[in-house]
Design a protein around this ligand. Structure first.
Ligand code: NAD
Ligand code: ZN
Length: 360
């Protein structure tokens, strides 16, 4: 038995207002005037925004606003990398991602592809990246995905939706400033927060579970219950806590794996473009056979926050389309093995998934 030896984020700062330390943190990482820091910023912060106006650009530094209607594609990453190579004569000093999971994943992927040949689709999978990425720093503005701490960046490619999982993917630095999450719309707060809750349920109920994952997973699970079901916390305490739940949830799956909701949500994402957070919620709502306790709590949370999920999103799909989704979901073997066990193929068949999808 060989145990995973995985890297973690090497530097992290936590606290309200810690965003102000960004400049001081990156200054020593600057490789001269010609090598810029490139900021990928969620376009929700575009314009004369309180967050953007706190970024101080020097020399050739540049902000690139990222639309977040759709999740990142490999072609988009390749284009961004191409644009950077064409615009600047030398390699940037670093990449900084400010936003939700989409922007954080884009920052990670671009920092990898600036030092690795070929196209980003070639690196979707496990441990395919050869060269270390350039310096990359992540600043989440919404809590739940764990993308700030994980060793993956999830991309939709021509053939599959799959992460670039590698030792070079984690951020070199993360700034956790819960204040940045204050304007997240309620529905989105719920969907992305539930991503964290579902990470915990899938990790804690998986066959890959070990004391390492359990210790982080239980903590994050408890925080989610406090934030989404407990007595009213002050808005600030709730933001602080959810940001730490996201971190712990991510740490939990780092040493285990996600499960059924994620596998099936990838299918919805690939075929229908349903986004990760809401997709997980749509799937998880129907998984009482797999995660009875978690699904019961989820339904209580949904009720408490008056969240209405879309219905019948698969009702009009033809056989071929259903097959595409089913194949994407089934291809994520480690997720099924974690959820069900080594013999998962005996119980999880295309028909099992078809029946579930048709309920959604
Ligand atoms: P997101 O990046 O899709 O953003 C959701 C919405 O919230 C966007 O409209 C965005 O503009 C808005 N938003 C973000 N911060 C805001 C703020 N402070 N104020 C107002 N609006 C704000 O959301 P997400 O759920 O964080 O990320 C989902 C993405 O993360 C997916 O692409 C998924 O594949 C990826 N993901 C990655 C990992 C990983 O480990 N790398 C894990 C889980 C999910
Ligand atoms: Zn997730």
């Amino acid at each position: 038995m060989s145990y995973k030896n995985f890297p973690m984020v090497s530097h992290v700062v936590y606290g309200r207002g810690s965003f102000n330390q960004l400049d001081e943190i990156i200054s020593p990482k600057r490789n001269g005037r010609e090598a810029p820091f490139i900021y990928f910023v969620d376009d929700v912060f575009k314009g004369n925004h309180w967050l953007t106006s706190r970024i101080s650009l020097s020399y050739k530094d540049k902000i690139i606003y990222v639309p977040t209607k759709e999740e990142p594609k490999t072609s988009q990453i390749d284009q961004l990398v191409q644009d950077i190579i064409l615009e600047f004569s030398i390699r940037p000093s670093g990449i900084i991602g400010i936003g939700g999971g989409i922007v954080l994943d884009i920052a990670k992927a671009v920092s990898i592809m600036l030092t690795n040949e070929g196209e980003s689709k070639d690196y979707q999978g496990w441990d395919l990246v050869k060269n270390p990425a350039i310096y990359h720093l992540g600043i989440p503005t919404i809590s739940g995905t764990g993308a700030e701490v994980s060793r993956t960046t999830i991309l939709t490619g021509p053939e599959r939706k799959l992460g670039i999982n590698s030792d070079f993917t984690p951020f070199d630095q993360v700034i956790l400033d819960p204040e940045l999450t204050k304007d997240v719309p309620k529905d989105q707060w719920f969907y992305t927060g539930m991503d964290c809750f579902i990470h915990c349920v899938e990790s804690l109920n998986g066959t890959y579970l070990n004391a390492f994952s359990q210790s982080y997973g239980e903590k994050a699970f408890d925080i989610c219950k406090e934030v989404f079901l407990g007595d009213i916390l002050s808005t600030e305490v709730s933001q602080d806590k959810l940001m730490m739940a996201s971190w712990h949830g991510g740490m939990s799956i780092a040493y285990s794996q996600v499960g059924v909701a994620h596998a099936m949500s990838y299918g919805l994402g690939y075929l229908l473009g349903v986004k990760h957070g809401i997709g997980n919620c749509i799937v998880f709502d129907h998984l009482e056979d797999y995660y009875p306790e978690g699904v019961k709590l989820f339904k209580e949370m949904k009720e408490k926050h008056s969240i209405k999920l879309p219905k019948d999103i698969c009702a009009d799909l033809g056989e071929e389309e259903l097959d595409i989704m089913i194949n994407v979901a089934l291809s994520l073997e480690p997720l099924w093995e974690n959820a069900i066990g080594k013999k998962w193929k005996e119980t999880i068949t295309p028909d099992t998934l078809k029946e579930l999808y048709l309920k959604m």
